[in-house]
Design a binder for this molecule. Sequence first.
Ligand code: S3P
Length: 178
Amino acid sequence: MTSEADPLTLVLVGPMAAGKTSVGRRVARKLGVPFVDTDKRVVAAHGPIPAIFEQHGEAHFRALERAAVAEALGTGGVISLGGGAVTDVATRTLLIEHPVVFLTVTPAAVADRIHSGGRPLLAGDDPVGRWTQIFEERRDWYDEVASVTFDTSRRPMQRIADDIVAWRRDCLLYTSDA
Ligand code: S3P
């Protein structure tokens, strides 16, 4: 669970709207390392996510996402993955050697966070119902890759970020004592 290249490398996974980007940005700032959002990397190189899904399908998006994750892990820092990255076995394999934080959130809390568009998998009449179903389908994969889990439903993102930084520093202390 250590990264030889950068001891502060840390990966954030979790369902859509769990707060991966807002928490990740804050964690990176506190640790003094770069922040990478792999969705943003994919968009910068290939255009908007809804268009990728529409024109090339989800499998193509997963391949682009996997490449972005591999590249980000190569450079290091705090890396936030899209909610569905864990559905891809090769992406899960890439995460094996890294500390992975799983951010959870309740359907009630997510309802306030998913009004904006841009998430093709939540398009339709019942985004929260869809979100809940997708989260349940993926939960075992999140658990499989996670080193630790934090819930973002009720506490300010900065507090959650502080807890993650404390956890990471504890891990490093423990590792250097061993
Ligand atoms: C997806 C989550 C999105 C984005 C894409 C697919 C998913 O990222 O990667 O729309 O399958 O859960 P966020 O988790 O940042 O919304």
